[in-house]
Design a protein around this ligand. Structure first.
Ligand code: ADP
Length: 498
């Protein structure tokens, strides 16, 4: 009987399920959006029950579309939006509050207080993260301080915390397993990435009882088993990873120095740095890539806030074109930007500049400047920002990158991808399967149940196209210098007192 893998991809705006066959090819997909709640400015919540129901529904739909029986599933992999925090009652199985989403900023002031007390280096040294509201730890603290039921249940030992993977596994196993994996644990501000254990000191600082935290598993292997009644068969849960780590694995970036970049609304860069959690000297995050067969692989991570979103802005804000893919034809109508440089600091600048007061600028405009020049400069700006993070990663790692593997909606733009290769003087590789997040979870699960070996996975990963540098190094230097000059002009612009 043929064997298949079910991959659950629980994202920020939708839940998806994909079935892969024995060749790791996707054969059926189902997707469902769910509601976003914005109770106050800066607050973002999800309903954990709706997340579970949507995930279950798409899993069943994908199995049906694939025309297979649940007992033909050799394994199940889970990948998820990271850091989003769910706290529930272990006895009733009901959440005590909505999930607090990674984007939620309600604990910013609390983070500032901890930073003022001089505690950030303690967190960074142990977790590889910065003290920011983005991560789960301060979100758990908020729930424990603000939800009476949570306070009560914490005392009686009936409270459970989990990131979305834990919550889904709790539901899939009907409350038998309260587990997470090392990648999700490494985003909580509570997990020591050196000892691979929950950290007592950090938990005490954040007032989080260790008893509510899940057991931390490897990313691949026998992690849990679904209850028979949920999907119609007992299916081994054999792969778990946060979305960016799953994408790194789905891109088969399994050697140190290999990196992937996802070009969506923002750009997410992750580089494999091998088995040592080298701290960043340049405010990048050190995180866990995966743990397989007792071996931990670490990664460096850096994000660009505005990536493909700048093309969205030209489309919706300035009506330059009707659809994002038209940006390529428009940009290639001209042979260069005619000196125009665009810094898309619409939401400030992230790594490596970290200037929240920077704002977007378009420099070098003349009477001859057209929409085409500005669009071309906007596409180039996505790549300049990615190059800034790439070169920071190389500096931290002490050696240059070997190749960059890419995915995400904006990588359909050949002009942009070629420019990335040019400006980074790097081979840029686009795979056939761009759903690298779900693919990564499927790879981990298939590996975990012994359906595939790492060597087989390497050969299953397929490249669509390679882009190699065409620009002369002298021109690269000139272009990068002009970009850095433009970055300086965008910095320190917005002041809150104004
Ligand atoms: P997300 O998962 O963050 O929603 P996607 O991976 O779906 O993002 O990518 C969508 C983003 O990519 C949008 O910001 C869009 O403007 C941009 N985009 C889509 N197609 C193109 C294209 N051909 N050229 C440039 N940008 C594009």
């Amino acid at each position: 009987m043929s064997k298949y893998i079910l991959s659950l991809d629980q994202g920020t705006t939708s839940s998806r399920a994909i079935i892969y066959n024995q060749d790791a090819m996707p054969i059926a997909i189902a997707q469902k959006e769910f509601q976003q709640f914005f109770p106050k400015p800066g607050w973002v919540e999800h309903d954990p029950e709706e997340i579970w129901e949507s995930q279950l529904e798409v899993a069943k739909e994908a199995i049906q579309k694939a025309g297979i029986l649940p007992n033909q599933l050799a394994g199940l992999g889970i990948t998820n939006q990271r850091e989003t925090t769910v706290v529930w009652n272990k006895t009733s199985g009901k959440p005590v509050h909505n999930a607090i989403v990674w984007q939620d900023r309600r604990t910013s002031d609390y983070c500032s207080t901890l930073i003022e007390k001089g505690l950030e280096p303690t967190f960074t040294k142990k977790t590889g993260l910065v003290l920011d509201a983005y991560f789960s730890g301060t979100k758990i603290n908020w729930i424990l301080n603000n939800v009476d039921e949570a306070k009560k249940l914490a005392k009686t030992g009936e409270l459970a915390f989990g990131t979305i993977d834990s919550w889904l596994i709790w539901k899939l196993t009907k409350g038998k397993s309260h587990v997470t994996d090392v990648t999700n644990a490494s985003r909580t501000l509570l997990f020591n990435i050196h000892s691979l254990t929950w950290d007592k000191e950090l938990a005490e600082i954040l007032n989080v009882p260790i008893s509510i935290l899940p057991e931390v598993m490897e990313s691949s292997g026998s992690l849990a088993v679904t209850d028979k009644d949920v999907l119609g068969a007992e299916i081994p849960i054999a792969g778990i990873a946060g979305d960016q780590q799953a994408a790194l694995f789905g891109q088969m970036c399994i050697e140190p120095g290999m990196a992937k970049c996802t070009y969506g609304t923002g750009c997410f860069l992750v580089m494999n740095i091998g088995n040592t959690p080298t701290p960043s000297q340049n405010k990048l995050l050190t995180t866990i890539g995966w743990k397989i067969n007792g071996q931990t692989t670490y990664a460096l991570e850096g994000s660009v806030f505005v990536g493909g979103a700048i093309i969205q802005w030209l489309r919706d804000g300035l009506s330059f074109f009707d659809s994002s893919d038209e940006s390529e034809a428009l940009a290639t109508n001209v042979t260069n930007t005619d000196g125009v440089v665009f810094v898309p600091a619409l939401a400030g600048l992230g790594a490596p500049y970290w200037d929240s007061t920077a704002r977007g600028t378009i420099l070098g405009i003349t009477r001859g400047t057209t929409k085409a020049h500005i669009t071309r400069a906007a596409l180039e700006s996505i790549c300049f920002q990615v190059e800034d993070v790439l070169s920071t990663m190389s500096k931290d790692k002490g050696s240059p990158l070997t190749e960059l593997r890419i995915d995400g909606g904006a990588t359909a733009n050949d002009f942009m991808v070629q420019f990335q290769s040019d400006i980074s003087q790097l081979e840029v590789v686009r795979p056939v399967d761009l759903e690298t997040t779900a693919l990564g979870a499927a790879y981990l699960a298939g590996l975990g149940v012994g359906l595939w070996t790492i060597e087989e996975l390497k050969s299953k990963w397929q490249k669509d196209r390679s882009f190699t540098p065409q620009m002369k190094p002298k021109e690269v230097e000139t272009r990068l210098n002009l970009w850095l000059k433009a970055i300086e002009r965008s910095k320190n612009w917005f002041t809150y007192e104004a």
